[in-house]
Design a protein around this ligand. Structure first.
Ligand SMILES: Nc1ncnc2c1ncn2[C@@H]1O[C@H](COP(=O)(O)OP(=O)(O)O)[C@@H](O)[C@H]1O
Ligand SMILES: [Mg+2]
Length: 377
């Protein structure tokens, strides 16, 4: 059975506020009463002095009748004004004290707001940020605990999904490898060239390649391997990549150039190659016949910039926001026979972030897109 939790009054914000109100109220009442009675005393002593003067002037045998009307004393306009200003001062002072207390009470709320605003759903690790507020009152602590529990649940479910897709991807690896071997063997065995069979085989081959890329991509995203850093000559790396994609570019009569000096970056060569290959592959895939792909390198004191520019179909501003999302493909490219599953750019962003860089996309002029990768030195 769940034990009933006792409400910790002393830690409750409501309780603290209530006590503050009562204390301020008492303090202000005492203060105003004190000020008013002080004034009364002065008035009385002034009257006493006046009386003494009268007594001095009077003859010894005179009978003196003195009637002091307390009500009359209080109701003099001067006294009324005085009490009124004391009342206003008390209200102002009390409000100020209460305002300061409220500001003090909601300060932790601002801290919590800041902590929550630092959580970025695109950066899953930020879900694990510590947001429980142990100071600042019972209610706030409970609220932050509920937030924290909800975020932890989201994180756990993300981890489960990641594990699940990694397992599926892992299981798919073997049958895909078998399929690929069978296709290769069949291709070699085929003596005659039957156009229909050849078409069938190449479709099989293309799709096995797409599936393998997907599987490898998912496996890569599910691993949090640490990058292996070394000094990498980006220009040489790019030259190798361009050789690898040469055939693809020739099919569409796309010319490719590298502009810029030799740039050396401290990075993971395999990971950087993977990113640049993805960007260049897209630049060819989403290009027009006879277009060009230009990769440029530049370096300043503080950063290294790698740009991949194409003359392709371009990306609208609305779509730019989503192209780095996993499995996102722009509708028009979905219908294309060639192309992957929208995993490439998600992978690119994941890698660049792991390597401590950033990636952005802009429009090329007059047409196409420019992908820019920046590494801080
Ligand atoms: N250079 C580019 N020019 C135009 N569109 C692009 C370019 N690169 C990527 N895209 C768009 O972004 C989507 C996501 O790219 P990516 O993650 O590499 O997936 P894939 O290439 O498998 O479709 C692509 O489907 C395509 O619509
Ligand atoms: Mg791609």
């Amino acid at each position: 059975m769940k034990s009933k939790k006792t409400f910790p009054f002393q830690k409750s914000i409501v309780f603290r506020l209530l006590i503050s109100v009562i204390l301020i109220f008492i303090a202000m009442t005492i203060l105003s009463n004190f000020a008013i009675s002080k004034r009364q005393e002065t008035l009385m002593s002034e009257m006493g002095e006046e009386l003494e003067n009268v007594l001095v002037d009077s003859q010894e045998n005179d009978i003196l009748l003195l009637i002091v009307d307390n009500a009359q004393l209080k109701s003099t306009t001067e006294f009324q004004m005085y009490s009124f200003s004391i009342m206003i001062a008390t209200i102002l002072l009390g409000s100020l004290a209460f305002f300061l207390i409220i500001m003090h009470v909601i300060k932790p709320l601002k801290v919590l707001t800041e902590k929550v605003s630092l959580i970025d759903i695109d950066n899953v690790e930020s879900l694990r940020n510590e947001i429980v507020m142990s100071k600042g009152g019972y209610e706030l602590e409970e609220l932050s605990k509920s937030f924290d529990a909800a975020l932890n649940k989201i994180y756990e479910s993300y981890e489960k999904q990641k594990q699940f897709s990694a397992n599926v991807a892992h299981e798919l690896r073997t049958p895909l490898a078998v399929l690929r071997t069978k296709i290769d063997v069949f291709k070699k065995k085929q003596g005659h060239k039957d156009a229909e069979i050849e078409y069938f085989i190449s479709t099989m081959e293309n799709n096995v390649t797409r599936l393998s890329e997907l599987v490898e991509g998912i496996l890569f995203l599910s691993r949090d391997a640490q990058p292996q850093y070394s000094q990498v000559n980006v220009r040489s790396l790019l030259e190798e990549i361009l050789l690898d994609v040469e055939d693809k570019a020739k099919e569409k009569e796309i010319s490719m150039t590298i502009k810029g000096e030799d740039v050396v970056v401290l990075t993971d060569d395999m990971l950087l190659e993977r990113t640049l290959l993805n960007l260049i592959d897209n630049a060819i895939k989403y290009n027009v016949e006879g277009g060009y792909v230009e990769v440029s390198l530049s370096e300043s004191e503080s950063e290294v910039v790698i740009q991949v520019a194409d003359t392709g179909i371009g990306i609208s501003d609305e779509k730019k926001k989503h192209i780095f999302d996993l499995f996102y493909r722009i509708e028009e490219s979905r219908s294309r026979v060639t192309g992957g599953y929208g995993i490439g750019l998600a992978l690119v962003q994941n890698i660049i972030t792991r390597l401590g860089g950033s990636i952005s996309v802009s429009d090329n002029i007059p047409q196409g897109s420019i992908f820019q990768v920046v590494f801080k030195k």
